[in-house]
Design a protein around this ligand. Structure first.
Ligand code: ACO
Length: 275
């Protein structure tokens, strides 16, 4: 069994993850002003993910430049992602990639938390994350799309939560957004049959905010990004915070949160002129 507590070198916040780390992770990472683009880049393996991929995503999140407001996650080649690299079930696709056996529950818990960290940062209020999905988005790939704030999908998209069919549970942060979007019963049906959801059904279920022809995916994501960047940055962050807490707040708590956020906005918009 691999050591579940492998220490990764932390990314330098000034430069981000190294090229070597990104290459091992099968990722590309580009920043253009306020827009960061993460590309899953193992097309010859349909962007299958290893533990290094999830750790690479976490590194990107840890060192994301402060000025980034929109993060686009996309896949190179015919598919967004075929999910976990099946080579890992037979001893590891890459060095150190064998599954922990769970014997040390505490260490395994920390190990999985480290993988989940690759996805959780995509919900930060400071950014809006967009999954640009085409082709297959299976297992960890589907969960990556679910970790993003907005899903723009091509009409050839095929979502599948495959983990239970492999004897696993979906554990990279996907179950909560899935249930929030489609409800408990549909989430159960999708996970416990591991069936494929095509683009039309995905749109009906709310799993996609936009469905577009395959060749219009990049253009649509570009237009969406432009629209998001046209919004006042402070208002965008405060509004995302509000929307994220709405599902778990009572009406009273949410009204209080709206007042609190608006006071901040009013101070920024009118404070200077009244000073
Ligand atoms: N892990 C490792 N290699 C993969 C994976 C994967 N998940 N998916 C595809 N590949 C490899 C194939 O073995 C093949 O390699 P080869 O060229 O050496 O033969 C290459 O990528 C291309 O795959 P094809 O199957 O030929 O591509 P196609 O476009 O026809 O099908 C599809 C794509 C549907 C994604 C298919 O490859 C597939 O079903 N893959 C497995 C998906 C899966 O079960 N993932 C696990 C999900 S559970 C989780 O994420 C926890």
């Amino acid at each position: 069994m691999a050591d579940a507590r492998v220490e990764e070198p932390r990314p330098d916040p000034a430069t981000g993850p190294s090229e070597a780390l990104l290459a091992e992770a099968g990722l590309r990472f580009e920043v253009d002003g306020a827009i960061a683009t993460i590309t899953l880049d193992r097309p010859e393996r349909r962007n299958a993910m290893t533990f290094a991929t999830w750790r690479g995503l976490a590194s990107i999140g840890e060192s994301l430049p402060a000025g980034v407001r929109v993060v686009v996650v996309r896949g190179e080649g015919p598919s967004f992602s075929a999910g976990i690299d099946l080579g890992m079930f037979s001893g590891g696709a890459q060095a150190g990639d064998a599954f922990p056996d769970g014997a040390d529950a505490e260490a395994t818990d920390a190990f999985i938390a480290g993988l989940q960290a690759g996805y959780t940062w995509l919900r930060r209020p400071e950014i809006v994350s967009i999954a640009a999905v085409h082709g297959h988005a299976i297992g960890g790939g589907f969960q990556l799309a679910l970790a993003c704030d907005i899903r723009v999908i091509a009409d050839d998209t095929k979502f599948c939560m495959k983990e239970p069919a492999l004897g696993l549970v979906p554990d990279v942060t996907g179950t909560k957004p899935l249930v929030e979007i489609v409800g408990v019963n549909r989430a159960l049906e999708l996970c416990l049959t591991a069936r494929t959801v095509l683009a039309d059904e995905a749109a009906r279920l709310g799993l996609a905010e936009h469905v577009v022809p395959r060749d219009a995916l990049d253009k649509t994501v570009g237009e969406l990004t432009t629209a998001l960047l046209a919004i006042n940055p402070g208002a965008a962050v405060a509004t995302k915070r509000l929307i994220l807490e709405a599902p778990t707040n009572t009406l009273e708590e949410q009204c209080a949160a709206e007042r609190r956020e608006q006071i901040g906005r009013l101070r920024e918009l009118f404070g200077a002129q009244n000073a």
